[in-house]
Each structure stands twice: as C-alpha cells, then as structure tokens.
Design a protein around this ligand. Structure first.
Ligand code: PMP
Length: 417
C-alpha cells in the first residue's frame, strides 16, 4: 500500500477533530484504544446531527411539505453515501439498520427463513462475533438446518482446508467476518467467496471491523450480503446497513411489518414496498443516517487507504514494543491483520490489566470480545485488546506499553525484563 509519508504522518493530527479526545480522563491525557468496541465522533458528525435537528427535522417519505421532502432527500443522500462506501451498484441495495447485529438478524429472519430447510447447512467460522453465530444458530434450531463452524489455526487464521471440506451441495450460506474483532485477522474473502459460490452457497460478510479501516468493494468481492455498524465508523450509535445484491433482495420477504414498508394495505391483503423500504418499517433513525453519511464523507476525505497505512504502522509499533516486555503472549499472529492487538500478560488477568491501564488514561477492552468459541479454542477466558483508529498516534502506543510495564511492576511479574 502506497501513501505519501506526509499524508500518513498527518492523520493522527486529525485527533483535533474529535472533541472527546481533549477531555482528560482520571487527570491524564486519554489514549483511547477501544476502537473495536466503538469509535469516537468527529466534530463533522456531531455538527451534522445538531444541524439536522436544528434545520431539517421532519418525518420522511410520506410528507408533502417542504421539510419532509428535505429530510427525505437527506436520508436518501445518506443511503447513496453508504452505496459509495461499499461500492454497491445501486443505493437500492442498501438497507438501513441499527447496526451489524440487526442487519444479520434481518437477513436470518428473511432470506434465511425463506431458504433454509431441514438438513441444509450454514457455515460460520470459529472467529465470528456472537452476532454472526447466534442468529444462525437460532435459525438452525427453527429450521432443522445444521451449523458448521470452520476451525481456526494457532495463528488465529481460518483453516482453509477445513473450510473446503465443509462445503457441499447442502451448504446454503457462508457467514464470515471480514476482519476478526478479537484478533484482527483479515480473512481471505476472495477465496472464501469463490469456493462458496462454486457449491451454490450465498455469502454474508460481517464488515463491522473492516469498513473504518480499509476500502471495501462489494462488487469486486462478489459477496451477496455485507453488514456493518455506523458507530465503529466514527458515526452515530444505532446506525448501520445491510447490503443485499439487488436480484436477491427482490425475492426477500419482509420482516417487521408496519408503516413505510407497504404499498397497499387492506384487511384482505397487504402488498409490500419494493427495495430497501420493504425492510425499513416505521420511522427510521433519520438523524443517525444523516450522521452516518457525514462520517462516511469524513473518512473518504482522509482516504481509507491512508487510514489503513496509518493503522498498520501503529499495529507494527505496538506489536514490536510490547514484545520487548517479558511474559507477553500475542493472541492472533496472522500475517494479514488489521489494527487490533490482542494479548495476555503472564501473571496478570486481562481485567486487572485493563483497570490499571485505565488509571493511566489508557482505554482498552478486556474479556472475551463476544467471541467465546474463539477464546475456548485458545483455552483462555479472554484477552486484553488494544484497537487502533485514525486519531491514534505513537504517543498512545507508548502510553499502552508504559501502562503494561507499570502493571507488571505492581504485580511483581516480569521484573527481570
Ligand atoms: N461483528 C463484529 C466483527 C463486531 O466487532 C461487532 C461489534 N463488536 C459486531 C458484529 C456487532 O456490532 P453491533 O454491536 O454494532 O451490532
């Protein structure tokens, strides 16, 4: 990946765009390294929300008055921005949701319920977040389909030979993360999707940990479905989207019934709206969608390629630096990783480490990261996880390393190092 050094160097200066980062935490400069859980919001997104409520608020789609039409335009412009982010062919392939979790549940309860029969198979992977396991498990229980998890190697990569051995004529769906939230592993989607399609299965990509950190092109990937959350992309909470290829969406039954998702209603028979509106019953999170559009504009101005290069550099620095300390075990050592560092420190429980780091102003996550099967695979209850975003800098990495060293001293472990 090539990006001019100056562009990459300047990215961390964008921290000034994020008001919360100027807030001292426990009297310290905040080193916010919990971006895998949620990202902070730039002024551009906060202003877009305020401006929406101050200048544009009205309900969408049904109104004849000016503000309603204006609000509808803003909402649909945000859908177009999501289309651009994913390079979908049409904005009609974008369904707004509350986030990745809702997107996957929507898919399971519509396309999934329509297509899965007893004896059919759904492949998930051992790296998945619970939200890409449980909805499929629930659907399997209802339909009699079988859930088949792909094994994970000791490096935290998918065992592709095992994956291939699971694929067969009964495989209806492969549900796979683009990037593992617990380890940072970037999965080989091209191969996964090609192999799935060769047996006639559909592919859902969980892009929750990908969209803020690299360019995504659903047409080049040729995936059938792609889900993500706005709040991990510098956008508001309660926003997200599900991409569904147009020809597949055309056949999908609705899920929630109500206003906005219908064409005509009578007591005898209701007909449904076409396109994404069929899946957006009720008044949606209009302001949230507008804020998400602003977030997409923000990252696109910086350039997702530049962000990826910046975060790769932070990950490399953090990995090299932490390995200079004694008693460190990194969980997830794939050569293809996004900006996530999951690790264990000998003699210190991840929760204790997280608490000590917090007193230093360093915010990380400790626990199973909603990936309990993956933790079981590694035989551990959880890890400490530092996850990077565009506004992080070398100072944040060094605050993390100093904090870990301090925890080791407090616990009297690794003192020889
Ligand atoms: N999938 C992955 C890979 C995630 O990291 C997350 C959030 N941690 C989710 C799904 C769920 O996203 P949300 O809670 O925003 O619906």
């Amino acid at each position: 990946m090539n990006a001019p050094e100056s562009v990459v160097m300047n990215i961390a200066e964008r921290a000034a765009d994020f008001p919360i980062l100027a807030r001292p935490i426990r009297g310290r400069r905040l080193a916010y390294l919990d971006n895998g859980a949620t990202t902070q919001k730039p002024r551009a997104v906060i202003d877009a929300l305020t401006q929406y409520y101050e200048q544009s608020n009205a309900n969408i789609h049904r109104g004849v008055h000016w503000l309603s039409q204006h609000s509808t335009d803003l909402y649909e412009q945000a859908r177009e921005r999501v289309r651009g982010l994913l390079n979908a062919q049409s904005s009609q392939e974008i369904i707004f949701t509350r986030g990745t979790t809702e997107a996957i549940n929507l898919l399971a309860q519509t396309w999934g319920a329509q297509h899965l029969r007893e004896g059919d198979e759904v492949i998930v992977t051992g790296l998945e977040h619970h939200s890409n396991i449980v909805p499929w498990q629930m659907l399997c229980e209802r339909s009699g389909a079988i859930l088949r998890p792909v094994s994970v190697t000791d490096k935290g990569e998918l065992d592709m030979a095992h994956y291939q051995s699971l694929l067969n004529a009964r495989t209806r769906l492969v549900a796979v993360a683009h990037v593992s939230n617990a380890l940072g592993t970037i999965n080989p989607l091209d191969e996964i999707i090609r192999l799935a399609h060769s047996v006639g299965a559909r592919v859902l990509v969980d892009g929750a940990q990908a969209v803020a950190h690299q360019e995504v092109d659903v047409q080049a990937l040729a995936c059938d479905f792609y889900a993500f959350s706005g709040h991990k992309l510098y956008g508001p909470t309660g926003t997200g989207a599900l991409y569904v290829r147009a020809d597949i969406m055309a056949d999908m039954p609705p899920w929630q019934g109500g206003g906005d998702m219908i064409r005509t209603v009578s007591f005898e028979r209701t007909t449904y709206a076409e396109g994404p509106q069929r899946f957006e019953a009720g008044t949606p999170n209009i302001a949230g969608a507008v804020g998400l559009g602003a977030a997409i504009e923000y990252v696109q101005q910086i350039g997702l390629r530049n962000i990826a290069v910046h975060e790769e550099a932070l990950l490399a620095e953090a990995t090299d630096s932490i390995l200079t300390l004694p008693g460190i075990r990194i969980i997830g050592t794939s050569a293809h990783k996004a900006g996530i560092l999951s690790f264990l420190v000998d003699g210190i429980h991840p929760h204790d480490l997280g608490t000590i780091l917090d007193t230093e102003g360093v915010a990380i996550r400790a626990g199973h990261h909603c990936a309990m099967p993956l933790m079981t695979h590694f035989g551990i209850p959880g890890t400490a996880r530092a996850s990077f975003a565009l506004y992080n800098s070398s100072d944040d990495v060094q605050a993390l390393i100093a904090g870990v060293r301090k925890a080791q001293k407090l616990f009297g472990v690794g003192l020889d190092g």
